[in-house]
Design a protein around this ligand. Structure first.
Ligand code: FAD
Length: 494
């Protein structure tokens, strides 16, 4: 394995030296899993190198935007799985959920104050980069953030890709060596370091108690006591590494072979539904890729020698596998590329010039329908299909990708300004979608407004040259009867 390529995943946050501490600390904030986890593997490597115990601290803040019963339940289900997975491991697993805003103030300084090295997860989005940098400034020891985000390390390129085609071409030229640098299925395997004694962090735990096993098994009452948004209830989709693995196995067996042909068919349900697990780090894209190539019996030598940037034919896998890789690699990591390289990835100003220009030219076009944030949120538009997709988002925490595109396009159509449309999409997506607050939240939302796309004709009112979609054509093209039956009426919540 190439050390240089591994090193691309290591981000030295504060330039500090290894300190003379009592343990190595892994501060788990994004890769919330115990398998296929570069950061945990790096922390175990440090523990072995320094001959010190390993403390794994998984934290959840309470005071972030959109914190709700839905998101907390999902994360706590993940903590439950991690606790079980590490039960017999020679490490301390310390799951902590902030009971009120700022309760965790001082905790990282205390825990990191006794550490020789702190390793954390790199996640190029939301409040996490700011939080990691702020902690880095306060720690006296080395703080490393490890990039487990994608098959391609974030630092493999400094080029910002503005079209999927050019990113795909880049991947076809550059990806293969990176596929050899994979995280171990079990990051603790073959690592030897002293077993950790809970006493090591006893004083800290007294002040900031870990969430106990019983609460993790049934967290509803605890979550009800937290100052978060209780109007967004948990969904049936269960969080955690176990559910993620089950979903992956289901998809590979039942969805993959239909994926190329039926991905846009809302009722066929052949898509993976892995995005919430990928978002919260309950599953690694490396594990998904590993299982996929096992099933495909694929070897790197099979790739085409021709670099065309085309979606099909480069991998020489089944059509379903190639179509799936195009989403989980090309499209997914395209979004990570932008949020890693641009501070304004979540701003309207990040849209390409042509898109901003055409939207500006049409800003005063008459709007037949204009809805407020509240009307959109409550699914109170004139359009049954739009209302149904909003209901799916509110009830289930997801919208099928095809309808998610339509959902966004109609918000652009029915608001006074494209800037306000972006604001509505960001708020509703991040509040209700399990996979929200992710680089791909912003790539999806800004795709609606022209990012990663080209100008389309004929030029239309409101949209200008931005790609246009209508509910009528979706209703013509797709079988949506069952979907409408399920979501068109009834209460907003189950
Ligand atoms: C308005 C809008 C908002 C969106 N918000 C989000 C979001 O908050 N979080 C999010 O992860 N995705 C978002 N997407 C992209 C896409 O809708 C979801 O990734 C996909 O529907 C997730 O379902 P799945 O896991 O079954 O995907 P599958 O079809 O099974 O694809 C596998 C994986 O590939 C990735 N992927 C699939 N489609 C896309 C895409 N178009 N762009 C980038 N990555 C993709 C996801 O990680 C996904 O889990 C958004 C798209 C739009 C149009």
């Amino acid at each position: 394995m190439s050390a240089d390529l591994w090193n691309l995943r290591i981000n030295d946050i504060n330039g500090a030296e290894v300190a003379d501490g009592k343990y190595v600390l892994y501060w788990m904030i994004a890769n919330r899993r115990t398998e296929y986890n570069f950061a945990m593997q790096r922390a175990a490597w440090w523990a072995e190198k320094l001959g010190q115990p390993l403390v794994i601290f998984e934290a959840l803040r309470v005071g972030y935007e959109w914190a709700s019963d839905r998101l907390h339940t999902f994360v706590l289900q993940g903590m439950r799985d991690n606790q079980q997975a590490l039960k017999d491991a020679p490490v301390i697993y310390y799951p902590y959920v902030e009971p009120k805003p700022n309760a965790a103030r001082g905790l990282m300084e205390a825990l990191g104050g006794d550490a020789s090295v702190v390793v954390t997860d790199e996640f190029p989005c939301f409040f996490l980069p700011r939080m990691v940098n702020a902690v880095g400034k306060k720690l006296k020891c080395k703080l490393e953030a490890i990039d487990s985000n994608g098959l391609l390390p974030l630092r493999a390129t400094e080029k910002e890709f503005t079209r999927a085609f050019s990113f795909r071409r880049f991947l076809q030229k550059e990806l293969l060596p990176h596929l050899e640098v994979t995280p171990n299925a079990n990051p603790l395997a073959k690592k030897s370091f002293p077993a950790a004694d809970r006493k090591l962090i006893a004083e800290i735990e007294q002040k900031w108690p870990a969430i106990d096993e019983k609460t993790l098994a049934d967290p509803a009452n605890f979550i009800a006591s937290l100052p978060i948004d209780h109007d967004v209830p948990p969904v049936d989709t269960e969080g955690g590494a176990k559910a993620a693995g089950k979903q992956l196995r289901w998809f590979l067996k039942n969805g993959l072979s239909r994926y190329a042909d039926e991905r846009n068919d809302v009722e066929s349900e052949c898509v993976s539904q892995l995005s919430p697990y990928l978002h919260f780090g309950h599953i690694s894209v490396h594990e998904v890729f590993h299982e996929l190539i096992q099933q495909e019996k694929w070897e790197p030598s099979q790739v085409s020698k021709k670099v065309t940037g085309s979606r099909d034919g480069w991998w020489n896998m089944s059509p379903g596998a190639e179509a799936f890789i195009d989403e989980i690699l090309t499209w997914r990591e395209l979004g990570y590329n932008m949020s890693h390289l641009r501070d304004d990835y979540d701003q309207y100003s990040s849209l390409p010039d042509w898109a901003q220009k055409t939207l500006e030219e049409h800003k005063d076009d008459p709007r037949e329908f204009v809805y407020s944030m509240e009307q959109f949120e409550k699914a109170q538009t004139h359009d049954d299909l739009w209302n149904a997709s909003q209901r799916q988002l509110v009830r289930d925490g997801r919208i099928h990708n095809y309808l998610r595109m339509l959902w966004g396009k109609k918000i652009l159509h029915w608001t006074n300004t494209p800037q306000y449309a972006a604001k509505i999409m960001i708020h509703l997506n991040n509040k209700y979608a399990l996979d929200g607050r992710n680089p791909n939240s912003y790539s999806g939302i800004f795709w609606v407004l022209g990012r990663y796309d080209r100008a389309w004709g004929p030029e239309r009112e409101i949209f200008g040259k931005i790609r246009y979609m209508t509910s009528d054509s979706a209703l013509r093209k797709l079988n949506l009867k069952g979907y409408l039956r399920e979501y068109a009426g009834g209460k907003l919540f189950k």
